[in-house]
Design a protein around this ligand. Structure first.
Ligand SMILES: Cc1cc2nc3c(=O)[nH]c(=O)nc-3n(C[C@H](O)[C@H](O)[C@H](O)COP(=O)(O)OP(=O)(O)OC[C@H]3O[C@@H](n4cnc5c(N)ncnc54)[C@H](O)[C@@H]3O)c2cc1C
Length: 479
């Protein structure tokens, strides 16, 4: 294998993949190296899925600029890449007369950042929009440009699009060392040495470690955990906007929001975490989530919980997005905490500009920015669905009953560009296993299909790569 590249990107989260897609517009040999088995395995897989309006970050910061630009770009990006995205608007709720000034401050900050359509609503207006909001509500900041997006599809589609335009990906390949060479950089990754003219560090919570390998100007990232509870789709309509409390120094607080697929999500906490990879959901975390939501909405039937999860924010000490060339074509994307999901299209654009002008790259004659999601028969009208099933009977066999996901969708998720190799890979591409039973019924069937399609022995199928095998042995002899 030729191990010489123009650009190597470390990390296949939304940041790395958005940059890869933008750079795939240029004539260059590009590689994304990822330590895990798939794209979307880091912070990009466990967050609130909010496209923020942009009133939080301090005016003039990169965080503010990238948020605003990312929000602007999201409508077209979601259309081009077939990503579920709804601009449902957000409300920052004030439940105490004494906190009213905080809402006014956020409003002014939003105006300074250039957020469109911001309004402060009085109690009656808020109650009319959201009848289940707390009776203590005094007023709220309404931001119509906020939205909810599928974070998995965003990450996966950016990667698929980059790949279809020639970007290479290597999984299960951890970068362990980086050294400068005559022609650029030598990267030790897995068991190989990779050469590249430029390196882009998009390693999420580990981005400080990658940076510190090559620079004396050290960064420090704290992994700050956010715990969540996800509620059943039966509660759809309980709230119709993203409901935030007033933000604190540690973050935006415990929100209550519909997800783009109609579940209700509550969280996240903000708890410093020892590990940068393992994010355990704790009883303490869940208690904080329950306590937090109860301040802003009334009567949420939290017994309808179907799962809990948590994600890790890559909080750099400066609190700012660090997007720059450190030295000699080594480019950093460090401290990409919230609103990194919202900002990723803008970060892609910004970094591609920096790198392409430094390397004097030439734009390709042909580039295809369009990608399609897995076909979803239960989102089609009856006639279209019947036709699909007639041509491909596998779309008539339901595997995940909770989310009505068919065998055809699972096969597509496995066979497509950068296809799934694990249960979680299938889950993030199709939603099989994301419903009420959380894969209790469909997991063995999905494993059978995975094994049949990939040739991986049934007992070697993993939840998410590495040592996460589902089966430990047989309960009976085969004979
Ligand atoms: C609780 C929480 C809630 C959030 N909510 C929102 C929200 O609602 N809206 C929003 O806009 N943002 C939100 N964010 C922020 C957003 O999720 C992140 O900013 C974004 O996902 C970061 O993406 P990334 O690609 O930089 O990092 P990641 O997704 O973590 O990707 C980095 C990748 O690099 C890989 N990697 C690391 N080290 C190495 C190595 N040595 N070699 C090879 N690969 C390596 C990792 O395995 C990983 O896949 C939230 C974050 C959290 C934690």
């Amino acid at each position: 294998m030729d191990n010489s590249y123009d650009i190597i990107i470390i990390g296949a989260g939304v940041t790395g993949c958005a940059i890869a897609r933008e750079l795939s517009k240029y004539e260059a040999r590009i590689l994304v190296v990822e330590k895990d088995e798939d794209v979307c395995t880091g912070t990009s897989k466990a967050n609130s899925g909010i496209v923020h309006a942009g009133y939080d970050a301090k005016p003039g910061t990169l965080k503010a600029k990238m948020n605003i630009r990312g929000n602007e770009l999201m409508t077209d990006l979601a259309k081009d890449l077939d990503i579920p995205f709804k601009r449902i608007g957000s409300l920052v709720v004030c439940i105490d007369e004494e906190q009213k000034q905080g809402i006014e401050d956020l409003y002014q900050r939003g105006l300074a950042n250039g957020v469109q359509g911001l309004k402060i609503l009085n109690r009656d207006e808020v109650k009319e929009l959201e009848p289940n909001i707390s009776d203590n509500v005094v007023c709220a900041l309404f931001a119509p440009t906020a939205g909810v997006i599928c974070p998995f599809r965003l990450n996966i589609a950016l990667a698929e699009c980059a790949c279809q335009n020639g970007v290479e990906f290597r999984f299960n390949t951890e970068v362990t060392d980086i050294n400068e060479s005559e022609n650029g950089w030598i990267i030790s990754a897995g068991n190989e040495k990779l050469n590249s003219k430029a390196v882009i560090n998009a390693a999420g919570c580990h981005a400080d470690e990658m940076h510190n390998l090559i620079s004396d100007n050290k960064y420090h990232i704290t992994a700050r955990r956010g715990d969540y509870i996800l509620l059943d789709r039966a509660l759809e309509g309980f709230v119709n906007h993203v409901i935030f409390p007033q933000p604190t120094k540690l973050g935006k607080g415990i929100l209550v929001t519909p997800t783009v697929h109609g579940n209700t999500l509550i969280g996240p906490t903000a708890i410093d975490n020892d590990s940068k990879d393992e994010a355990p959901v704790t009883a303490d975390g869940i208690a904080k989530v329950l306590e937090g939501q109860a301040k802003n909405v009334t009567g949420l039937p939290v017994k309808q919980v179907i799962t809990g999860f948590s994600g890790l924010r890559a909080h750099e000490d400066s609190g700012e997005f660090i997007l720059k060339e450190e030295i000699n074509c080594f480019f950093d994307c460090v401290g990409i905490e919230s609103p990194g999901l919202t900002a990723c299209p803008a970060i892609g654009e910004y970094m591609a500009d920096l790198v392409s002008s430094k390397l004097q790259l030439v734009i390709k004659q042909q580039w295809n920015g369009i990608c399609h999601d897995v076909k979803k028969p239960f989102e089609m009208d009856e006639k279209e669905r019947d036709q699909l099933i007639k041509e491909h009977p596998e779309y008539g066999r339901i595997i995940c009953r909770c989310e009505t996901i068919t065998e055809g969708e699972i096969i597509d998720a496995i066979r497509r560009t950068l296809g799934a190799r694990s249960l979680d890979g299938v889950k993030r591409r199709t939603r099989a296993g994301m419903g009420r039973c959380q894969g209790g019924f469909c997991s063995p069937k999905v494993m059978e299909i995975l094994s049949r399609e990939t040739g991986i022995p049934f007992n070697e199928i993993t939840k998410n790569g590495g040592n996460s095998k589902i089966l430990t042995g047989r309960t009976k002899n085969e004979s």
